[in-house]
Design a protein around this ligand. Structure first.
Ligand code: 28F
Length: 641
């Protein structure tokens, strides 16, 4: 076969590959919401991190450019530019073929982190244009792509150069395609938090973030020489620490293991699992290995120290982990993932390796740090006490639930019992609740009015949470029970409603109630959010009624501004809604209840590793940051019209 023929074949292959990515972007980057958009940056950054892990890159710079594009630059070796056997510069293959990661097939630590480790060509396929500059072998080599296809002519079969340099590295700039993505503005908050996380996991890497989109540009440098120890300290920075961070590391069966844990004065556990620097939202074998071994180690210490007598049962795992913040990070040469989203580590040897390191390293540490050991066991004892009393409350709650659905008469349930077609609206205030009950579709829509502010679960112990009337009603109505540090009794298959819709006013109080409810769900019923059952209703702010023609609802000030511009010389009446309570049932139906005309936003957790921290910060402090939370979430949520 001649060279030319090969080239044609491979270029057809390239086009088919790009087409597949553009046709089903969700398959490659998860979604086309803001989450998927931000993911483009992480794909490129991950390649630079791989170059760091290979031992060559110490600095990465990420810039959100004024024109909406993003630049990522590293000081590694630069992507190879030599002519590949298929007659193209190697660099072009990397940016145009799916899975063209030659080095990745050899490199032990790049077997893709699971979710979507598919790389540069996917980002290229989903971009209007991509520009690549490679500093290598004395020159700056240049390449450019449009919609994933190279459009710079080669010079003597090679990439054109744009000058000489002594430096090395790779610079990639790309503009996401608005025809693919629902939104095209990167979320600085999210990107920063992910870059910070990457810095914690790579202690010798410096990552600079730059946002040039605002009037006043923002520059941040993430450098975390203390690694995951610093990560845990920072996750806990707003809590009262009960112990110092405890750090173990080791290698077993070719798997590197790093563990850090710290106890705080809180009523929950927060344990994050990473494999090859990628967060595993659903945990997996590394976490089970850690939990099993640590429970065993702590129970034997408790007996050794006489805190548990022969007749006493062991502490449960959750007793021991209550108040614990921990990070378990493994480097595995051949990771496997299970579950729909491929975010749960599945290798049994990871469990063995972590368990072995915990059992071997614990005595080394605790024999020298007896105070820490005693503090941890004191936490366990306290938790066990609360657990026993909670078990009594819980069994009461569950027996009641069997007999009556509507505990205190406030829930107006729907007639249908087919969860797939049922919705429940949680409505702020009795007056809006009353209108909603009149206006709703009784067959499919249930209304649960809640009065005033619900309990801030972040600040309350589990027994208080369960004693709260509004919370009890919600748990009973949803039908799934709840999960917390003492055991998971939550059963999503029993969920009575496909959609749980928070309906609150578009003001500060409404935002606060939304935040409180989301915090409750996030802490005690996280699967509701993770499986996409939680929504926020978006009631309109205005109605405009022109002299002639149909009235129209407008959902924010920007929409009003646009309407004004588009109807410059026309007269119209402007109605401003102060609150849900002011709408009559017909208006409420049309704007908020009617599936055909309403607007809902689905809540998704942007960065699971950090969201626990975010909730802590926002619910633990005063007002201004809380607002940020709800707006960020509202913006990051997927629009579901
Ligand atoms: C801004 C994003 O993508 N950095 C990268 C390298 C370095 C090599 C490489 C990348 C070789 C044959 C694929 C260099 N020298 N930053 C980045 N830096 N890719 S991506 O190799 C890719 C493979 O096919 C590199 C020697 N070996 C590898």
């Amino acid at each position: 076969m001649g060279k030319k023929e090969l080239y044609d074949e491979s270029s057809i292959h390239v086009l088919e590959g790009l087409e597949a990515v553009r046709r089903r972007p969700g398959m490659y980057i998860g979604s086309t919401s803001r989450k998927g958009l931000n993911h483009l940056i992480y794909e490129i950054v991950d390649n630079a991190v791989d170059e760091h892990l290979a031992g060559y890159c110490t600095k990465i710079r990420v810039t959100l450019e004024k024109d909406g594009s993003c630049t990522v630059e590293d000081n590694g070796r630069g992507v190879p530019v030599g002519i590949h056997e298929k007659g193209m510069p190697a660099e072009r293959l990397v940016y145009t073929t799916l899975h063209a990661g030659g080095k990745f097939d050899h490199d032990a630590y790049k077997t893709s982190g699971g979710l979507h480790g598919v790389g540069s060509s996917v980002v290229n396929a989903l971009s209007v244009w991509m520009d690549v500059e490679i500093k290598r072998e004395g020159y700056i080599h240049h390449d450019h792509f449009s919609h994933g296809e190279a459009d710079l002519p080669l010079v003597d079969g090679k990439l054109p150069t744009m000058g000489k340099t002594k430096e090395t590295g790779t610079k990639v700039r790309f503009l996401p395609d608005p025809e693919i993505f629902e939104v095209t503005r990167f979320s600085a908050t999210e990107v920063k938090s992910r870059l910070h996380e990457t810095a914690y996991l790579n202690p010798n890497l410096e990552i600079t973030f730059e946002d040039l989109r605002k009037e006043e540009k923002e520059v941040l440098v993430f450098s975390e020489p203390d690694g995951i120890v610093g990560f845990v300290r920072d996750l806990n920075k707003n809590e009262t620490a009960v112990t110092e961070p405890v750090y173990f590391e080791g290698e077993e069966e070719g798997i590197q293991v790093q563990i850090v844990m710290q106890y705080v004065n809180e009523f929950h556990e927060n344990i994050l699992g990473y494999c090859n620097n990628i967060f595993n939202a659903d945990g997996g074998t590394h976490l089970t290995g850690f939990k099993t071994a640590f429970t065993q180690v702590m129970n034997s210490y408790a007996r050794e120290l006489g805190l548990l007598k022969d007749k006493d049962p062991n502490y449960t795992g959750p007793d021991i982990r209550n108040g614990m913040t921990a990070i378990v990070s493994v480097k595995h040469p051949d990771p496997r993932f299970e579950g729909q989203t491929k975010t749960k580590l599945d290798n049994p040897d990871a469990s063995r390796a972590v368990a072995k390191i915990v059992s071997e390293e614990s005595p080394h540490y605790f024999d020298r740090n007896l105070e820490t050991l005693k503090s941890i066991l004191a936490c366990a004892e306290k938790s066990a006490k609360i657990r026993r009393s909670t078990e009594r409350v819980k069994s009461n709650l569950l027996t009641k639930q069997k007999f009556s659905f509507d505990t205190n008469g406030k829930l107006a349930n729907c007639i249908s019992r087919d969860a797939k077609e049922c919705e429940i609206f949680i409505v702020e205030g009795d007056s809006a609740g009353g209108s909603a009950k009149t206006a709703r579709d009784r067959q499919h829509q249930a209304i649960l009015p809640i009065r005033g502010k619900i309990l801030n679960v972040e600040k309350a112990s589990i027994d208080k949470v369960l004693a709260n009337a509004e919370i009890k009603t919600m748990i009973t109505a949803f039908g799934c029970g709840f999960s917390e540090g003492y055991g998971n009794d939550f059963d999503i298959s029993r969920l009575r409603y496909d959609k749980i819709i928070i309906m609150a006013d578009a003001d500060v109080d409404g935002a606060h109630i939304g935040t409180l409810l989301l915090t409750l769900f996030y802490r005690y019923m996280p699967e509701l959010i993770n499986e996409g059952h939680v929504y926020i209703a978006m009631p309109p702010l205005y109605k405009v009624i022109p002299a002639k023609g149909e009235g129209e609802y407008l959902y924010d000030d920007k929409a009003l501004e646009q309407y004004r511009k588009a109807h410059k010389n026309q007269k119209f009446t402007l109605q401003r809604y102060k609150g849900l309570g002011e709408m009559d049932p017909d208006q409420l139906w049309e704007t908020t209840l009617n599936p055909a005309t309403r607007r809902l936003r689905r809540i998704e957790i942007a960065n699971p590793g950090f969201s626990s921290e975010i909730t802590d910060i926002l619910m633990g402090t005063d007002v201004p940051p809380r607002k940020t939370f709800i707006y960020e979430h509202a913006r990051d949520a997927e629009l579901d019209i």
